[in-house]
Ligand binder design. Sequence first.
Ligand code: NIG
Ligand code: FE
Length: 365
Amino acid sequence: MQHAAQVLRPAVSGLAHLRHDRAAEMDSGPGELSIAEGRILSLSTSSDARIRIDAAGCAVVPGFVDCHTHLPFAGWREREFGARVAGVTYEEIARAGGGIRSSARSFAEASDEEILAQAQAAAAEMLAHGTTAFEGKTGYGLSVAAERRALKLARALGGRVAQSTVSTALLAHAVPDGYDADAWIDAIDAALPDLLTAGPPDTLDIYVESVAFGNDHLRRMGALARRHGLALRAHVEQFSTNRSVPVAVELGARSVDHLACMAEEDIPLLASSDTAAVLLPGAEFLGDERVAPARALAAAGAICALASDFNPGTSPVLSIPTIIGLAVRRYGWTVLEALLACTLNAALGDRLLAGARLAGGRQAG
Ligand code: NIG
Ligand code: FE
């Protein structure tokens, strides 16, 4: 016997997010819905609908929002995966000129059209896996001119794909040749007004790690974000514990991403803040990283989001269903918790995917 379609519904309509200690309030049960112009009109059928689809035996869930990818990028770093499996660390690879620097060389060598074609093909595959909106980061430029180009390409990509997109300027991803970390932040400070005209991002991002930047640089990036009216996000606690979470929370960051090595004592602070915890189990799994304390964050009431971290090195994974599977098996989250994290919470009431500054001409929905 065929079962009626199962429809996932929010606890209350109009929520910007749902803290994970309330995830069970979401409801998945037999139901129906109406859609007009790509948007859910109501959680019931409409008598004047032009097309009716019988979804018996299927689950009807919102489109996935992938709130952390590194699109657009050029090429892949599959050989590094082989090295990591054999025991070479990400830090060792980075110090030998691999990692982000290697992707920056590929980015510089590829034409605009090659980069956009690779990203468009990926976006098409993401759509087939249910991703209807995604965020993409710059960060493989490693010079002011190349970051400007990355922002422009992100904007061009937004105009070419079916999804809603938004771009983040990950201007402090690795320390470029010829600079130390302080001097590079000085350079960003000076170049930011011009960079923001290139393909305006609505968010700044920074990678805090031994091979990248420190908490003082995170503070400076927070000040730059505030000065330019942008939101702040941060890659933190991926490979080591730097106690960046309290710093980011104090700066009012929109999200802290990765968190595999976050200090246990910072969980209550993050859970009681408005800073989202973006968990990236694809990078953890493929990078042999520690498992983020996602179960404890959810139980403590953090705003938990889940994303692919789709990038050419640490997480060449674009399938959100795969990410959901990893979160359920590795974090011990319920399926509802995982679905909440890559739909409502990943959109964060359109703040992670801010409608006003979309990379393309389309609006987030
Ligand atoms: O999110 N940690 C820094 N950034 C990326 C890695 C990007 C790369 O290695 O190309 C991440 O995992
Ligand atoms: Fe990332």
